[in-house]
Design a protein around this ligand. Structure first.
Ligand code: NIG
Ligand code: FE
Length: 390
């Protein structure tokens, strides 16, 4: 197995607090990273780096762990430009728009869906994302949900069954029958392709009792819960997520003190998705309140054609710093180590011996520039599993 050293790194973010400056980011200045096969073999100061076969000069740039985007909806067809335009002229966002994408997705061929997915993944990779989760939820029939997950599973191990995105238009008159389908035949068809089960717990989608039934059925079938919770209104989603030991409660925009306390006392990450508030002109989630309460916070894109059509984690970092009370250090941690925790992974989101060699080289003297220089394409290189891909 050949080894490579990336040297002359001005700032290295390891996310290992036992390294470098001993902060959560474990910052090492004048650093080097040694890669052996698909793994990190060593990180530390350049002058102490062990000898290797190959040498890459980072030119005084910054190296961070590849972004872990723990929340996206990338198996879909079509887009919703009209709806976005209407919203920017004052119309409110509603979950009902999901039906437009459901119709387009059902009408698409497998090849079209996969081509679309591949295109958004390439877009995300160019912006530094090396691990991503993605969901079904725009099919809402047994066959359409199963094919979405089958296609997703060809591209990532983090696949989420979201048959409970909204009540299928075919069951509009009988939501209970749809919940039965989601927890029965559809679950059986989807479970082989998925690691996670998710539910959109919201007015206009699924209430607390329905969400509990769906997540519990998924768990019994070996899927682990995550929840779309408290996005548009206050509701039971966050507390249900903590109660069921969901890996993550996603959105967390409308929280009571009891919701924050539940998150602080549990093992569920709060995943904030500022692309959604940006694209729906909604109130920002209060990251500061969560962090001050001791909650683990992740940042992800929620990339989908309705509420957040961005695949850019750097954009989300900039929003979180500007509008949600996060420091640049906290936001970069949340988009790397935080995303890994939201997926209950410890092999990604950090650059320490044994971790996967997934990293981004930034054309900047430090990671702070991700927020300080918003909208600027700073990602110069991306390495995944020890191979340079960008
Ligand atoms: O996470 N909240 C529900 N699902 C997506 C929106 C999907 C859509 O509008 O198509 C979200 O924001
Ligand atoms: Fe979402």
């Amino acid at each position: 197995m050949s080894s490579t050293v990336i040297t002359n790194i001005a700032t290295l973010v390891t996310n290992d607090p036992s390294l470098g400056d001993r902060t959560p980011l474990g910052l090492v200045r004048d650093a080097a990273v040694v890669i052996d096969g698909d793994r990190i073999a060593w990180t530390g100061e350049s002058r102490k780096a062990p000898a290797t076969d190959n040498r890459v000069d980072a030119g005084g740039r910054t190296v961070i762990p590849g972004f872990v985007d723990s929340h996206s909806h990338l198996v879909f067809a079509g887009d919703r430009t009209e709806e976005f335009n209407a919203r920017m002229s004052g119309r409110a966002y509603s979950a009902g728009g999901i039906r437009t994408t459901v119709a387009a997705t059902r009408a698409a061929t497998d090849a079209e869906l996969e081509a679309n997915l591949t295109r958004y993944l390439a877009e995300a990779l160019r912006q530094g994302t090396t691990t991503f989760e993605t969901k079904s939820g725009y099919g809402l029939t047994v066959a359409d949900e199963a094919r979405a997950l089958r296609i997703a599973a060809r591209h990532t191990e983090e696949v989420t069954y979201l048959g409970a995105h909204i009540v299928s238009p075919d069951h509009a008159e009988d939501p209970a029958a749809y919940v039965e389908l989601v927890t029965g035949e559809m679950l059986e068809a989807c479970a082989p392709y998925a690691r996670w089960i998710d539910v959109f717990c919201e007015k206009g989608a699924f209430d607390g009792d329905q969400a509990r039934a769906i997540l519990t059925a998924g768990r019994a079938r070996g899927l682990h819960p995550r929840v779309h919770a408290n996005q548009l209104t206050h509701g039971p989603g966050v507390q249900l997520a903590v109660e069921l030991d969901a890996a993550s409660a996603d959105h967390c925009t409308h929280l009571t003190d009891a919701d924050v306390d539940a998150l602080a006392g549990g093992n569920t990450v709060a995943t904030l998705l500022p692309g959604a508030e940006f694209s729906t002109r909604a109130q920002w989630p209060d990251a500061r309140r969560l962090l001050d309460a001791g909650v683990t916070v992740a940042l992800s894109t929620d990339c989908n054609p309705g509420s957040s059509f961005t695949s850019s984690v750097p954009f989300c970092i900039a929003l979180a710093v500007r509008d949600m009370g996060m420091t640049p250090d906290e936001a970069v941690w949340a988009a790397t180590a935080g995303g890994a925790k939201a997926l209950r992974r410890d092999d990604v989101g950090r650059l320490a011996p044994g971790a996967r060699a997934d990293l981004a080289v930034l054309d900047a003297p430090s990671h702070v520039h991700l927020a300080y220089r918003p909208g600027v394409p700073l990602v110069a290189q991306v390495w995944r599993k020890g191979v340079r891909e960008v």
